[in-house]
Design a protein around this ligand. Structure first.
Ligand code: HAM
Length: 422
């Protein structure tokens, strides 16, 4: 029987993988410019880690986690996001004792059992960034500037929306006002909102139900309830974004789908992906490290969705960049094929990306193959050329051809070829 990939799980084929590598390469470069270092954390964690951090009443924890009992009966979960795992590792390895501000990033697959659609998968990939240990608003602006710089570098145009969700001091006042509004809305809300308001009133504002959303337009606005510290923090974040000439919009309805946020939250929005408009999102989580059993340290982070970036970069029908090869060896005939085999190895030792297809097919079909793999040059050699000690080097873009000498000294020969084509 023909077994297919699971619904919402996608193969990233070689053609597309080149674009993924490009995005990840640009991200690593920019993250390093801002002082971030990579951390690699496991995909599987104890379920309690996510329930405690993301929040019991979130869609992720209530409906979307891939959780199962392992062979010892322990409940495990395929991580639905990166932050909880990075924080677990930060606490477990006492990374806070190493430096006062730990800047970390991780890249990899995340799992959420959502309804798949364009830009929404069940296995998706994030580039997830966390800055742990400092609560200054400059850091909030800096981390948004970093996400912004990467998106501009990739040639994408997105808008930045920001909000503040307050802190332990002011959030309860807002919750009280919101609960009153919700009490006056009895009968108008979906069952999820009716149920969730008791545990976490803020959560209802993230409801996907259109009727609820229309109703919440008149709900109290959290920015009106910020305490003076949170308001001052938000003010500096805005000032710093202006200092860096980063366009942003305050969206006081943004609550995010995870419970751990405090103060600044942000989303990077596009209008080119239909319903899945967030390319990336994040915010501050000043209580989360302590909540997970670590020291009382603040943190802020964000994650970008790789699949959404790839969709945007290929949206106007633009092909993903092909696999670029420096030189294709088109060998015709058995003796040439054998000789090319060793020449290929010598070219690779010179650092060139060199391939052949071992088929000894016609020149025409090998040239087609060279073009298909994006080769810059093709070295054409048949048994005749071999006996005359020469081969033809073709520039695939200009179609110019030149003869080059073959030599038994493959090291010197490959060095000369490398010089010609570099
Ligand atoms: P999130 O908003 O749940 O935040 O996800 C961040 C990004 O991941 C989204 O903006 C989207 O681009 C992508 N994403 C989420 N779900 C899917 C999906 N099912 N299919 C495709 N892409 C998806 C977080 O995960 C937080 N951990 C971000 C963060 C880091 N906050 C602080 N530090």
């Amino acid at each position: 029987m023909h077994i297919k990939a699971l619904k919402g799980f996608k193969d990233i084929l070689p053609q597309e993988a080149a674009l993924w590598q490009h995005i990840e390469g640009r991200a690593r470069d920019i993250f390093q410019r801002f002082g971030y270092r990579e951390i690699k954390v496991p995909i599987l964690e104890k379920t309690g880690l996510f329930a405690r951090s993301i929040g019991e009443t979130t869609d992720i924890v209530e409906k979307e986690m891939y959780s199962f009992a392992d062979r010892n009966g322990e409940s495990l979960t395929m991580r639905p996001e990166g932050t909880a795992s990075v924080l677990r590792s930060f606490i477990e390895h006492n990374l806070h004792s190493e430096r006062p501000l730990q800047k970390l990033y991780t890249m990899g697959p995340m799992f959420r059992h959502e309804r798949p659609q364009k830009g929404r998968l069940r296995q998706f990939h994030q580039m997830s960034v966390e800055a742990l240990g400092v609560d200054r608003p400059e850091l909030d602006a800096e981390i948004m500037a970093m996400a912004w710089m990467l998106l501009v570098d990739l040639g994408l145009k997105v808008s930045l929306e920001i909000n503040s969700l307050g802190c332990q001091e002011c959030r309860p006042l807002f919750n009280k006002a919101l609960l009153k509004f919700l009490a006056d809305s009895k009968g108008e809300l979906c069952p999820d909102c009716e149920r969730r308001q008791e545990k976490n009133p803020l959560r209802v504002l993230d409801c996907k139900n259109a009727k609820c959303q229309a109703h919440y337009v008149n709900a109290p606005v959290i920015l009106d309830y910020l305490c003076s510290d949170c308001a001052a923090h938000f003010q500096v974040v805005e000032d710093c974004l202006r200092d860096l000439n980063i366009d942003y919009k305050v969206n006081s309805f943004m609550v995010r789908g995870l419970d751990y946020y405090t103060r600044t939250t942000f989303e990077l929005i596009t209008h080119d992906l239909g319903a899945q408009s967030a390319v990336g999102a994040g915010g501050r989580y000043d209580g989360l490290i302590a909540q997970l059993g670590g020291p009382a340290l603040p943190g802020i982070g964000f994650a970008l969705g790789m699949e959404r970036l790839v969709l945007l970069l290929t949206a106007d029908g633009g092909e993903a960049p092909g696999d670029i090869i420096d030189i294709f060896l088109a060998a015709l005939g058995p003796a040439a094929g054998r000789r090319a085999f060793a020449m290929l190895h010598a070219l690779r030792l010179q650092g060139l990306r060199a391939v052949m297809d071992y088929t000894s097919r016609s020149l025409k079909s090998q040239m087609k193959q060279a073009a298909r793999c994006g080769s810059r040059f093709t070295l054409i050699m048949g048994d005749d050329e071999l006996s005359s000690g020469r081969a033809m080097l073709r520039d695939m873009a200009s179609h110019e051809q030149r003869e080059i000498e073959l030599s038994a000294d493959l090291r010197a020969w490959s060095k000369a070829v490398a010089e010609i084509i570099s």
